[in-house]
Design a protein around this ligand. Structure first.
Ligand code: ADP
Ligand code: MG
Length: 323
């Protein structure tokens, strides 16, 4: 359901000289959702986010938030806040003063801005480190401060540009859980730019897949993974086979491919153990087909490269791709 509080992009376009960074994008970001803007490097994600934040001007089109055209408003007046890719904090300011900084710029008096900063620090579980300097914090802690700093302005929409990319894999998974929890608690929209499919699938209520300056597909994580519309989306989201069959080109989830005795005859070319499942690649005619087989099923009848194998799937699981 659309409400007046949504963020809407209308024919939004950005050109840098001859480069078309964002091409005529139309999208409604529903209020209170966790959205991941997903796509490869250079596809226009950051440019889109910066235009929403007001850190970059739009060449054409409009940005509407809560029924108001915010296209040319300065960043602080939009109701959006951005957490940057490198969350550079002021090194000479304490954690509390870093968080309170934007309020100080707005002329909010000290007691009030410190109260607001402390509230945000509590939200990100950093109350005990409020007096520290940024250099005395771990990467994960600095990131929470950056988050508190963005949230202190009470934005309707929080914009995050690759917020987890500087963290080690273990911390990345923990922090992403915290981001999701925060978004639910605050009930505002998060628009999170990432090039990681896993991150988008784990976090997003809605995934917006971008490629070459346009939106290729938008939908729930399950819809995008379960029914990719284009070859690009199927390849980028991963875990799919692209099949050339009679009647066109189709996507088929690799976990829908079964190894059987009576399937289509193929030859195993690669076997990769992945813990909970085994990735078996097999040559079917001139095509390579990937089957993700549950570990138990695989080891009941293990295969090695060179083995003959039958491949089977339900026809109903083939998704036709747009040309
Ligand atoms: P992403 O965040 O998806 O990696 P960007 O939005 O940063 O992609 O970039 C989209 C395109 O716009 C790229 O071709 C990039 O080189 C170009 N671009 C981005 N910022 C600028 C800029 N300030 N000046 C010129 N070209 C830019
Ligand atoms: Mg970027």
């Amino acid at each position: 359901m659309r409400t007046g509080k949504d963020l809407e992009l209308v024919h939004l376009t950005k050109r840098y000289g001859d480069t078309l960074a964002v091409k005529d994008i139309n999208h409604v970001f529903r209020n209170g959702t966790y959205v991941c803007l997903l796509g490869p490097s250079g596809c226009g994600k950051s440019t889109t986010l910066r235009m929403i934040a007001g850190h970059e001007s739009a060449t054409e089109g409009e940005i509407v938030l809560d029924g108001q055209d915010i296209t040319v408003l300065p960043p602080a007046k939009r109701g959006t806040a951005m957490m940057f890719q490198s969350y550079a904090l002021f090194p000479h300011l304490s954690v509390r003063d870093n968080v309170a900084f934007s309020l100080r710029m707005k002329g909010v008096e000290k007691i009030a801005r410190h109260r607001a900063a402390d509230e945000m620090l509590a939200l990100v579980d950093m109350t005990h480190l409020a007096e520290r300097l940024p250099a005395q914090l771990s990467g994960g802690q600095q990131q929470r401060v950056a988050l508190a700093r963005a949230l202190v302005t009470k934005p309707r929409v929080l914009l995050l540009d690759e917020p987890l990319s500087a963290l080690d894999p273990f911390l990345r998974i923990r922090v992403r859980g915290e981001l999701k929890r925060l978004q639910r608690e605050l009930g505002i929209s998060f628009i999170h730019v990432t090039h990681s499919q896993d991150e988008a699938l784990a976090l997003a209520d809605e995934i917006v897949v971008m490629n070459n300056a346009v939106i290729e597909q938008a939908g729930s994580a399950r819809d995008v993974f379960g029914a990719p519309k284009t070859e690009f989306v199927a390849r980028f989201i991963g875990g799919h086979n692209i099949m050339d069959l009679d009647g066109g080109r189709f996507a088929l989830r690799a976990d829908e491919v079964r190894l059987t005795d009576d399937g289509r005859p193929a030859t195993v070319s690669q076997v990769e153990y992945q813990g909970d499942r085994v990735a078996v690649t097999a040559k079917l005619g001139s095509a390579e087909v990937l089957a993700l087989v549950p570990e138990g099923a695989f080891f009941a009848d293990p295969k090695t490269p060179g083995d003959a194998v039958g491949l089977a799937w339900d026809e109903g699981r083939l998704y036709r791709l747009m040309a």
